[in-house]
Design a protein around this ligand. Structure first.
Ligand code: PLP
Length: 389
């Protein structure tokens, strides 16, 4: 039997922090009102929602009226793409994104293509970086939107959003960034980044699942994706998820306050893990060696497949992912790694460890040790079956 379970999949989701959890509780039990109501329960709830908006806006460098609550990162991404396409289709039907976006951007882009929009998927280099010159060359007269993620969820690469958004701005093209993996983990400031829209999601930084936000810069009249009762100034209908919004703000406050120390601790654990794993034969680090999220260490293991590695590690009490939470389980080679130039055999042999400040050195050492034995066992099984053929 293995000892306690080690969680190393924080990029998939995080536990709700104790601070966020206690901040949420009163809004389930006592202050349960609908924030649209004008009696005391409603007013209390509305006040909490507006306070949360102020907190989040302050942390990401936005104005209060630029933060709109959504049901999470997926909705925020879908909203940015579909609504921009709808609002600007008379000006042009060309959209630019990258080949390494999360499905929450990638699939809307594909759907828009089916609806008559033209989409350019910018290539990335072997580290997952986009060349601003490449973006410059792709921008056309009829380009209405550029959507490029801030940090990649599979390989952890942090992209140069400032440099990229400047190119779009010079051509008066709107720029959206999916910052779901970045917010709460590395400094994110919308004005420094120079973006017009930015998506974030609470459950990636110690908040609850099913709540997020889209930053929409003042002056960008983005039509709603969801219509109904006219909440969020008519931009996003639906009764506000009051406890979720309060929990998201509390989690982000805590993440921002502890960011420096958390980044330091997590990056040290990540580097220890990388050092240990790279001693294993045929292991290769993926993503940018320097510009990477503090928690993500991702690898490919030549000659093996992701799924058996993930399952064997699970049997040892270690929770990791083969790539993104969404494509994990599909058995398909990673679209991101393929875009970064990895052949199918390697893109199907990826493993993503995502750590947090909650992990320990002892856990990291245990992961390396078990990974070593798991890979050896899988290799000798594979060699034996090949010998038997
Ligand atoms: C980069 C990125 N964008 C968007 C999402 C979707 O966010 P949510 O789970 O809040 O819908 C994720 C979640 O894995 C992500 O990693």
């Amino acid at each position: 039997m293995h000892r306690k379970t080690i969680y190393a999949d924080y990029a998939a989701t995080t536990p709700v922090s104790e601070e966020a959890f206690s901040a949420m509780l009163p809004y389930f039990l006592q202050s349960f009102g609908n924030p649209s109501a004008i009696y005391c329960y409603g007013l209390e709830a509305k006040q909490a929602v507006e306070e949360a908006r102020r907190t989040i806006a302050g942390i990401i460098g936005a104005r209060v009226n630029e933060v709109f609550f959504t049901s999470g990162g997926t909705e925020a991404d879908n909203w940015a793409l579909y609504a921009t396409a709808e609002a600007r289709k008379s000006r042009g039907r060309h959209i630019i994104t990258t080949s390494i976006e999360h499905s929450a951007v990638y699939y809307p882009a594909q759907k828009l293509e089916k609806q008559g929009f033209e989409v350019t998927y910018l290539p990335v280099d072997k580290y997952g970086l986009v060349d601003p010159e490449e973006l410059e060359r792709a921008i056309r007269e009829d380009t209405i939107l550029v959507s490029i993620m801030m940090a990649n969820n599979e390989i952890g690469t942090i992209l140069n959003i400032e440099g990229l958004s400047g190119r779009a701005k010079a051509h008066k093209v709107l720029f959206h960034t999916d910052a779901v993996q970045a917010v709460g983990h590395i400094p994110v400031n919308v004005s420094e980044l120079g973006v017009d829209m930015l998506s974030l999601s609470a459950h990636k930084f110690g908040g609850p699942k099913g709540v997020g936000a889209l930053y929409i810069k003042v002056g960008n009249i983005l039509p709603p994706l969801i219509s109904g009762g006219g909440q969020e100034k008519g931009r996003r209908s639906g009764t506000s998820n009051v406890p979720g919004i309060v929990g998201m703000a509390a989690a982000l406050r805590e993440a921002a306050d502890k960011m420096e120390q958390n980044m330091k601790k997590t990056a040290a654990l990540r580097d220890r893990l990388i050092e240990g794993v790279l001693k294993i034969p045929y292991a290769r680090l993926t993503g940018d060696p320097v510009n990477r999220l503090p928690g993500i260490a991702s690898f490919v293991f030549e000659g093996l497949e992701s799924m058996p590695i993930v399952s064997s590690l699970n049997e040892e009490g270690i929770c990791v992912s083969s790539g993104s939470a969404c494509s994990a389980g599909s058995g398909e080679p990673s679209r991101v790694l393929k875009a970064a130039g990895y052949p199918d055999e390697l893109a199907g042999a990826s493993l993503r460890f995502s750590l947090s400040e909650r992990n320990t050195q002892e856990e990291v050492d245990y992961i390396v040790e078990k990974l070593h034995t798991v890979l050896e066992t899988l290799r000798s099984k594979k060699n034996a079956s090949m010998g038997a053929v």
